[in-house]
Design a protein around this ligand. Sequence first.
Ligand code: 2DC
Length: 524
Amino acid sequence: MARWRVCLRSQVPSLVEGATVKGTRARRCHTDSLPAIRESVYPQFPSSVRPFKELPGPWKNGLATLYNFWKQDGMKNLHNIMVNNFNNFGPIYREKIGYYDSVNIINPEDAAILFKAEGHYPQRLRVEPWVAYRDYRHREYGVLLKEGEDWRSNRVVLNKEVIAPKVQGNFVPLLEEVGQDFVARVHKKIERSGQNKWTIDLHQELFKYALESVGSVLYGERFGLLQDHIDPEAKRFIDSITTMFQTTTPMLYIPPGLLRRLGSRVWRDHMEAWDIIFNQADRCIQNIYRQLRRSRKEEAGEQDKYPGVLAQLLMLDKLSIEDIKASITELMAGGVDTTSTTLLWTLYELSRSPDLQEELRAEVLSARHSSEGDTTLMLKRVPLLKAAIKETLRLHPVAVSLQRYTTEDIVMQNYHIPAGTLVQLGLYAMGRNHRVFPHPEMYKPSRWLRSETHYFRSLGFGFGPRQCLGRRIAETEMQLFLIHMLENFRIERPNKVKVKSTFELILVPDKPIVLTLRPLSGSQ
Ligand code: 2DC
């Protein structure tokens, strides 16, 4: 356990090297636990700053905490355990579960301090089983798992193709088509029901919508998942992503290498899931690669249609094929459960408030009308709809926490936090804290439109250069989906079942969400 911290420290610039720090507060200090050299480099810190070793929380015995964690069914309850810990220990606590030693924070102001101390190569918690799979199969890491200069150089190239604001215009026509197909499919289902409505647990449908969307943006081609007969391969791919997430959780706490040597079930299932994901992605990538070479040979010149992210990256020729494949695979695997779950939560919340639904519908209709067929323009005129997605991610974030290793000494809640510490912002806990969000239990998108401070409060996609690379794809895809749904259907709830979150690496609904969709106009 001591080794863990030592090796962390060696990965981040030492305090002395990182002396040029642009901080907003006086943060440096020394305690008796730090090397003596620091005393001569940094001014004395106010004596009121409390030392690291005085942090509250269960950090003295990692195994005992792990045991308690198990007893509280922590594997499914991580989010609630964090909420309880903040209630018991206050806005900052230290915790050691197994070999993870971290400081946990909940306040936006502390989040700001944390992200200012993330350094040039921000590092989040490494998801070890994902790394282990790639090492075992000798596959390249994508940007999600890369670190240091390798991460930065790849990320810079990918940013331009995937997240820069100007690429949204390329994605819109592709995603617009997928949205229209989804709506057509729902109309068909309603018609077939003979009841002028469709009552269903939409999660499979949304998984297909999400995969179809991310696929069309990455490859510039359609999979055809919204047709009546879906390819069993696609179903296997979708199921594998869910299995991959589920089997990750136990391996966060038990080293995957150990589980591998023990020949455990969870390791084998995890490997198999990744194998299916990678093989499927490889097939898509090969396909595009071959097409591209063929069209080059024949000099079938000017493409006027946007060819997709993958083809763009291949033509750009700035990253190795292996690097491209690794990050494209991550985007494809990361783009299914995440957006579909967020959309399902949004529909759930809308089904609970018909008034809000009407308000959003009015905004959408007027934006549609005033933008005269220019969908990219239309997306600039739906602030409440965008706020609704933020609001969903506040109450139902995909990630339970955001983490960074600090690269300099900082002070949070008047405690000294040494450089190289793993600090986690409890995103789920923050979203439901009444000091951060008044009446947190209310689903109220308009809270994001008012002049209230939003300072470090909207963090559903993370922050800064290490934020979610798929963000722009996800946002566009979700906005268009909601626009189409609001334009066509009324979303109702056939029962009053209260749905909570459960942790399966990402946070997902703990039970099926059943909704009723009714056409808005009788004529359709
Ligand atoms: C899980 O304690 C809980 O976006 C851990 O699309 C800390 C932790 C670390 C990294 C987080 C993970 C949590 C949740 C899932 C995240 C992941 C980083 C990226 C990943 C948030 C909070 C996700 C879902 C990506 C997944 C892409 C992958 C399939 C290639």
